[in-house]
Design a binder for this molecule. Structure first.
Ligand SMILES: *[C@@H]1O[C@H](CO)[C@@H](O)[C@H](O)[C@H]1NC(C)=O
Ligand SMILES: *[C@@H]1O[C@H](CO)[C@@H](O)[C@H](O)[C@H]1NC(C)=O
Ligand SMILES: *[C@@H]1O[C@H](CO)[C@@H](O)[C@H](O)[C@H]1NC(C)=O
Length: 398
């Protein structure tokens, strides 16, 4: 038992080491000119953002959700589904430009990428495509995290390699999977026991100077919803497996201990099958294409409802759906497609979602999270802000 654990550990870290070396070599080769390396630019390892994540002195924490960048190779990669008049001057660089505009306009505290960050089929080199796709967020020095979609792995890296690489990029808080915890019988989990790559949680602490300054007041859960799978003889999309849900339920149980329930938000790529039901319900935003989910219903919604802490889920995958709808007290929101090389609708601007959590105001200092709101920004001239809504209000439970 002991030795097999050690072995896994060694294999894992050997793998990490090699991926890291290839990442570094790549950096040297293409991003930094040789002159700089041999000159006075020190070769630095990953730059981490300041931690812990925390609410600002204004009592807010703002997240920018970026769905489906579908990045290819940059300037040479053409746009899909833009107006004929827009086609000639349009490439992946428009996605880059949109991301920069979003960051400048909203000044978020954190950026969450919900998969199909790169479009593997078009990307000649996954590492290069990742660097280009995430360059605006790395330049902004904002903390960020990503999960994978179903298209990321189709070029030169496997899903494990992609998540490893992404976790080593500057200011990234992404993790391959949660650290192993064999000591916890409730979880009883070893690395590799969780399906997929990119299952992890992040905590956001209360405002500095408040009594919650050292406690998580908002939890962020990231899950790998897979790519494709064959069930019997049928091809379908991936789904979140029981191993992932077991980990998530264990995690959330730990957070639900008194005194206060800490609200959580979840991020993954492929919507759950129940999102289809929203076609007949009241939604905010547009439902323009069928929900392309897995034919397997693994009970994600049921798990989230039983956990109680997740107030909203943010997905991508269906680029021309951008709505939020409520299922069993939990909001399911699409980001709306952000990338120009991904399919879309000509004349229907590419878009992204903003989520802001706000703290309650106490007599002398900030308290716990009181409200969660969301809206979208369109990539038009004015970066139009649309569909603002409240997702959760502590004093008005659903
Ligand atoms: C793409 O970017 C170019 C150059 O910045 C700009 O002229 C063009 O209008 C953009 N196209 C779209 C569809 O946003
Ligand atoms: C994830 O949650 C656990 C609590 O179960 C916490 O100890 C850990 O710090 C969290 N991870 C991060 C990166 O915030
Ligand atoms: C939070 O931690 C800091 C540093 O350890 C400490 O100075 C401060 O008193 C703590 N605040 C609370 C409310 O526990």
């Amino acid at each position: 038992m002991e030795s097999s654990v050690n072995q896994r550990w060694i294999i894992h870290y050997t793998f990490l080491y090699f991926t890291f070396i290839s990442a570094t070599l790549y950096l040297l080769q293409t991003l930094i000119s040789p002159q700089l390396i041999l000159g006075h630019q020190p070769i630095t390892l990953k730059t981490n953002p300041p931690l812990p994540l925390r609410f600002s002195s204004l009592g807010a924490f703002k997240i920018l959700q970026v769905a489906d960048m579908h990045f290819g190779n940059g300037a040479v990669t053409r746009c899909r589904d833009v107006l004929p008049s827009e086609f000639d001057a349009c490439s992946d660089l428009n996605t880059t430009r949109f991301l920069r505009r979003l960051i400048d306009a909203e000044r978020p505290d954190f950026v969450a990428f919900t998969g199909d960050n790169i479009f593997g089929t078009s990307a000649a080199d996954a590492a290069e495509s990742l660097f280009k796709a995430f360059s605006p967020v790395m330049e902004s020095r904002l903390p960020w995290a990503a999960v994978l979609g179903n298209h990321d792995q189709k070029s030169t890296m496997t899903r494990e390699e992609l998540m490893t690489f992404i976790s080593l990029m500057d200011y990234s808080l992404s993790q391959i999977n949660p650290p192993e915890d064999p000591s916890d019988p409730a979880i009883g989990r070893l690395l590799g026991d969780i399906d997929g790559f990119g299952n992890y949680n992040l905590s956001v602490n209360g405002a500095a100077g408040s009594h919650l300054a050292n406690s998580s007041v908002l939890n962020l859960f990231f899950l790998d919803s897979g790519d494709r799978a064959t069930v019997g003889e049928l091809q379908t999309y991936g789904w979140i497996k029981e191993s992932q849900l077991r980990w998530l339920r264990g995690l959330s149980q730990g957070f639900l201990s008194p005194p206060t329930e800490t609200p959580a938000l979840a991020f993954f790529h492929i919507p759950v099958p129940e999102v289809r039901q929203l076609y007949l319900k009241e939604i905010v935003g547009q439902f323009q294409q069928p929900v392309s989910c897995s034919m397997v219903n693994s009970g994600v919604l049921q798990s989230l409802v039983s956990m109680g802490d997740v107030k909203a889920v943010f997905v991508g995958h269906d680029h021309t759906n951008d709505f939020c709808g409520n299922l069993g007290g939990i909001w399911f929101c699409y980001g709306g497609g952000c990338g120009y090389h991904g399919y879309g609708r000509a004349g229907w601007p590419r878009r992204a979602r903003i989520i802001v959590a706000e703290l309650g105001k106490g007599e002398r200092a900030w308290m716990a999270v009181e409200r969660i709101r969301t809206w979208k920004r369109l990539d038009d001239e004015k970066l139009s802000k649309i569909d603002e809504q409240v997702l959760w209000d502590l004093h008005r439970p659903q």
